[in-house]
Design a protein around this ligand. Structure first.
Ligand SMILES: Cc1cc2nc3c(=O)[nH]c(=O)nc-3n(C[C@H](O)[C@H](O)[C@H](O)COP(=O)(O)OP(=O)(O)OC[C@H]3O[C@@H](n4cnc5c(N)ncnc54)[C@H](O)[C@@H]3O)c2cc1C
Length: 299
């Protein structure tokens, strides 16, 4: 129906880059260990926090024996995921919403010949998305009528074949996951000296691939503020602005993800043909293609 050229999104990276989250995290972990071998502590669980106005004091347990520990910091960053125990400890309300959409996702050997191109098949039964991953792998995501928790690689392969004519080889499957979609937005990202980032602050639908990137963008915006605080500056106003800006960014990402999901819902064939023809015409307008490329790359 249409091709989106990513050259408008970046002069340096005029293409789609995909990397499994585990790999992204491994690269960052190596970098962190290079900078400070003691910075990362695995297996520690924070169970209480107290902001005394000057510092945040944390209590928790660590290691297999559950040894208690206490620590304190001038600013605490809670990046403890969508269910965020720290958000609960802070008493910060979070507005969540379960969306009706469900998907089946899996990784297979890439035999499509599509190369480094992501393909969105807008089909009457629901969208099928296909993205290249490193190592000759392709990720397939199909909209489903219900949550297919017990589905197999054969089921996903058959679904993809039925809608697109491409049959991923079930024997090459390396990951399979059925998931439903939830959104959430914390009322305040900053409470005293504690800052929520990542899914603890905002959960967006994975359709559109923005959730983790939104979290990294929070971290990038927060890092200079923490630096300024460590240099002795009063960062109250900067933290308040951070909270407002990142909440706004999360709202935009969430809206975009919901638009992406709406585009991928099943439609009767005739209606689908009319809508797709309209979209096809729209995408031929260069300004629209550029806008979509910039939005998809979160700019
Ligand atoms: C199916 C699916 C596909 C996705 N695809 C994409 C994509 O293509 N692109 C993208 O950008 N995003 C994607 N996302 C979103 C992305 O996975 C999340 O946004 C991201 O993992 C959130 O990272 P986080 O660090 O905020 O939270 P999490 O990854 O949930 O990490 C939270 C961490 O906090 C720890 N923790 C929890 N409680 C405590 C405690 N009390 N004390 C100490 N530690 C604690 C947990 O153990 C965990 O390690 C996808 C999500 C899903 C579900």
């Amino acid at each position: 129906m249409a091709a989106v050229d990513f050259s408008a999104a970046s002069a340096r990276f005029p293409y789609v880059l995909t990397l499994p989250q585990l790999r992204t995290e491994a690269i960052l972990e190596t970098r962190l260990r290079d900078l400070d071998p003691h910075a990362l502590v695995r297996g520690a669980k924070v169970d209480s926090l107290h902001d005394d106005g000057g510092r945040v004091r944390l209590h928790g347990t660590a290691g297999p024996a559950g040894q208690e520990f206490e620590t304190s910091a001038r600013i605490t960053v809670a990046a403890d995921g969508a269910r965020s125990p720290l958000r609960r400890l802070l008493g910060t309300p979070c507005r969540t919403r379960d969306l009706p959409d469900t998907y089946l996702m899996g990784d297979f050997a890439d035999t499509t010949g599509d190369g480094p191109v992501g393909v969105l098949y807008l089909e009457s039964g629901g969208i099928v998305e296909s993205f290249p991953l490193p190592g000759g792998i392709r990720r397939w995501v199909a909209h489903t009528d219900t949550l297919l928790s017990g589905a197999t690689a054969e089921d996903l392969s058959a679904l993809v074949f039925e809608r697109t004519g491409v049959r991923p080889d079930p024997r090459s499957n390396t990951m399979l996951s059925a998931f439903s979609v939830r959104t959430g937005l914390a009322r305040d990202l900053v409470r005293g000296r504690t800052v929520l980032i990542g899914d603890a602050a905002h959960e967006v639908s994975p359709i559109g691939g923005q959730g983790m990137n939104l979290g990294w963008l929070d971290a990038a915006a927060l890092a200079p503020i923490i630096g300024a605080s460590l240099d002795g500056h009063d960062v109250g106003a900067a933290l308040a602005a951070f909270g407002r800006d990142r909440r706004r960014a999360a709202g935009v990402a969430s809206l975009q993800a919901q638009l992406n999901m709406a585009l991928g819902r099943p439609l009767p064939p005739r209606l689908l043909a009319v809508r797709n023809a309209g979209l096809s015409g729209l995408f031929r307008v260069p300004a629209v293609g550029h806008l979509v490329a910039r939005r998809f790359t979160m700019q």
